[in-house]
Ligand binder design. Structure first.
Ligand SMILES: Nc1ncnc2c1ncn2[C@@H]1O[C@H](COP(=O)(O)OP(=O)(O)O)[C@@H](O)[C@H]1O
Ligand SMILES: [Mg+2]
Length: 422
């Protein structure tokens, strides 16, 4: 099997690494990949842009690629799947219409409402005056969301009405055409990623990530500073409810709209204090860094699952099997991220970290003059597996301690919530 993998983050390094565990996967081509994917045997990078559908399609056809797996949301939202499918290329990832579940929060909310799914009450606005008047009639905290893709920067959880109104002005002034205003929910967040072929849906292990840059969940939002799986809050009984009340209705609602959705459906959930799962949002792709915590625990060959999704044969697959134990992932970032940061700092110690049994996924790295240097905000993701979270986290942090570069930053409190649980 030959797989073309689109993306260049830690998520794609983890996907490539898991796929290559199977000898059936003869070759992976990463577009554009990173220095992590470049360093693996049977894996090579192809320097195309992720929105160069023509280039990707041509390569996939000429090299007889078995399937294209799309990592990031942007090419999905731009219709890469529609483009490649017209050429009879198998694609793991929803089409443009399906990707709206992530790319348009108002579209997603109407789908949730249509499906009768538990989610925060919300209204959609097209102008600032009406939106601000609505907020004035509500209680704070209240949540203001940009409708479109915003790379994690489109949501304000406003503590006061004034803060919400400022966020509304900000969005409309920046040409955001639609704003969703949502009821504020409390509880604990969990990410449930599921594989689907458009008919059947199979959840993966639940994960929790750490969005904020600072310890104690403070400071700016980021792409994610760490993750662990399986998240204890999502017990098997709760996962059953999430599947029946959220995932399956989502697929049914997509079908009802005539959407053949094949890929990852990622539900970002709030588990309220009384234990009710409510949808905060859906994503149309693997999460980063959740994937770096989930996939190391996967035992079923990943290529079988992904291919089955593209061929609508997921129902025939045996139940997904997982390793015993838990996984924890700590993201190492460049000083200043998610604001401005420097690139080009020399990175050392990765081999030592891996000798301790951890896996180091590359995100923002590059080879320059035969040296590995930083090349992004989130630089590396370090994952360790253990019998329990105490073990996995101790090992992950021991590995992080081996790694050095100028201005390296990471949170020391990843997994603190679950650390003492057995
Ligand atoms: N209704 C809500 N109530 C409370 N917090 C929310 C609500 N919606 C979103 N949030 C918070 O904002 C974060 C980002 O919102 P989300 O809808 O996931 O958008 P995105 O990931 O696109 O930025 C969530 O992870 C959650 O912490
Ligand atoms: Mg989110």
């Amino acid at each position: 099997m030959k797989v073309l993998l689109v993306g260049n983050g830690g998520r794609e390094h983890a996907l490539a690494g898991k796929l290559l565990e199977s000898q059936k996967v003869r070759q992976i081509i990463c577009v554009p990949g990173n220095s992590g994917t470049a360093s693996m045997e049977r894996c090579q990078n192809l320097p195309l842009r992720i929105d160069d559908f023509e280039g990707i399609g041509r390569f996939a056809l000429v090299h007889n690629t078995s399937m294209v797996v799309v990592g990031p949301e942007l090419p999905l939202a731009l219709g890469i799947t529609d483009y490649l499918k017209r050429q009879n290329i198998k694609v793991f990832g929803p089409n443009k219409e399906g990707a709206q579940i992530e790319a348009s929060k108002s579209w997603a909310k109407s789908l949730m409402q249509e499906a009768g799914m538990p989610t925060a009450y919300a209204e959609v606005f097209t102008d600032a005056t009406t939106a601000k008047a609505y907020v004035a009639s509500q209680k704070a905290p209240i949540v203001v969301k940009a409708d479109g893709l915003a790379a994690g920067k489109g949501v304000t959880v406003a503590a006061t009405v004034e803060e919400a109104q400022a966020a509304i002005d900000d969005l409309f002034n920046n040409k955001c055409p639609l704003v969703v205003i949502e009821e504020y929910l409390t509880g604990e967040e969990v990410s449930v990623l599921a594989l689907t072929d458009g008919l059947t849906i199979r959840p993966l292990l639940p994960a929790q990530d750490h969005k904020r840059i600072g310890e104690g969940d403070t400071g700016a939002n980021t792409g994610g500073m760490g993750a662990y799986a399986p998240a204890p809050i999502a017990t098997p009984a709760l996962m059953e409810r999430i599947t029946q009340e959220i995932l399956e209705p989502a697929i049914a609602a997509l079908q009802k709209r005539g959407i053949d959705y094949r890929g990852v459906l990622y539900a970002g959930l709030m588990i309220t204090p009384d234990g009710e799962p409510k949808v905060l949002e859906f994503n149309c792709r693997f999460g980063d860094p959740e994937t770096q915590a989930i996939l190391p625990l996967l035992e079923t060959p990943l290529e079988d699952l992904l291919l089955a999704c593209t061929q609508q044969r997921l129902a025939e697959q045996p139940p997904i099997s997982w390793k015993q134990g838990v996984a924890a992932c700590v993201v190492i970032a460049a000083d200043g991220y998610p604001g401005d940061y420097q690139k080009g700092q020399v990175i050392t110690g990765i081999e030592k970290a891996e000798e301790l049994g951890a896996t180091v996924f590359h995100a923002g790295t590059q080879m320059k003059n035969k040296q590995l240097v930083t090349d992004g905000g989130r630089v590396l993701a370090v994952t360790a597996i253990g019998e329990n979270f105490e073990q996995a986290l101790t090992q992950a942090y021991a590995a992080v301690d081996c790694i050095k570069f100028e201005g390296m930053y990471y949170r020391r409190d990843i997994g603190d919530r679950v650390r003492k649980q057995v």
